[in-house]
Design a protein around this ligand. Structure first.
Ligand code: ADP
Ligand code: MG
Length: 283
């Protein structure tokens, strides 16, 4: 059988050039190029694409991949406790809530001028759900978001102060577009905690949007913050230039359990044990 060494040499040369190309693309971190350049070259040859067309198709795939990666990264860095979507929110269950307003907020335009959002209402009505969903929407638009519960933020602020890195912590907070402070009102702040929260909100005021969820009407914030002047100052900053949305009704999951019990009496004895909505915080 006769061998064709010249062809092998050609093939070997092509393979070597391809390996060099892969190395360069890897060095440049063009991972979508690495993955697709070969198959796309075959499509380009069959469809008679220009060089520019071929390059543009690969570049678009690279940009798409980076956009996807950035969105995923933003969501991971936000530390949402559970991911929630607006699409899964049953607006019919809470008719007082202005759906169009929420959908408009999901476009994240309020972040441009650091407008705040405050979601007020009794537990179980979907405040954390909406807060998270708005945060996720902002992440998908490549904004930096951070989710804290009020208690966790207080802990972080104390810790940062204790370790003499409070100003660095505040500087890092300023790199975000949206900071969510969930569940203000369940736990009282220590005097230092309240002062630190005030300092945090003052630093971010008009620079980073804050989104609070709270079970307390504004007149009762002093109960958890402890100091009237500080509370007035905080409310002045937070409510200035803000969207305030009130959640009114009965716990969504509680209502669902009751509805399930009504259609399936077998479940009634199980649900009946839960006299209060599970979402109600301990008194
Ligand atoms: P809140 O923060 O007001 O106490 P949550 O957002 O924690 O309430 O809601 C409690 C649970 O009920 C969550 O699992 C949430 O997804 C769900 N939920 C509440 N309201 C709705 C709603 N209208 N549509 C879909 N799920 C809801
Ligand atoms: Mg909540």
């Amino acid at each position: 059988m006769s061998r064709r060494p010249s062809l092998t040499v050609v093939e070997a040369g092509a393979r070597m050039r391809q390996q060099v190309l892969v190395n360069h693309l890897t060095e440049l971190r063009l991972t979508a190029f690495v993955e697709h350049f070969d198959a796309t070259a075959q499509t380009a040859a069959q469809a008679n694409w220009s060089h520019e067309h071929y390059l543009a198709v690969l570049a678009e795939q690279e940009v798409d991949r980076r956009t996807q990666n950035r969105r995923k990264r933003r969501i991971q860095e936000a530390h949402f406790p559970i991911l929630k979507e607006l699409a899964d929110f049953d607006f019919a269950a809470i008719p007082q809530l202005n759906q169009a307003h929420i959908l408009e907020l999901a476009r994240s335009r309020y972040l441009q001028d650091a407008t705040n959002i405050i979601l007020v209402g009794v537990p179980g009505l979907g405040k954390t759900h909406i807060a998270t969903a708005l945060g996720v929407a902002a992440c998908r638009q490549a904004h930096r978001v951070r989710f804290y519960t009020a208690a966790a933020l207080s802990n972080e602020l104390h810790q940062a102060q204790h370790e003499h890195r409070l100003s660095r912590f505040l500087d890092q907070a300023l790199h975000h577009k949206l900071i969510i402070i969930d569940e203000l009102g369940y736990l009282p702040f220590s005097p230092t905690g309240a002062q630190l929260l005030f300092q945090f909100c003052s630093t971010l005021h008009e620079r980073v949007s804050l989104l609070f969820t709270t079970n307390l009407p504004f007149s009762e914030w002093v109960q958890v913050l402890g100091d009237e002047r500080l509370t007035a100052g905080l409310l002045d900053r937070v409510t200035h230039n803000s969207h305030i949305l009130e959640f009114v009704g009965e716990s969504y999951r509680f209502r669902q359990r009751m509805a399930a019990s009504a259609t399936n009496p077998a479940k009634l004895s199980v649900s009946a044990g839960a006299a209060a909505p599970a979402d109600t915080p301990p008194a």
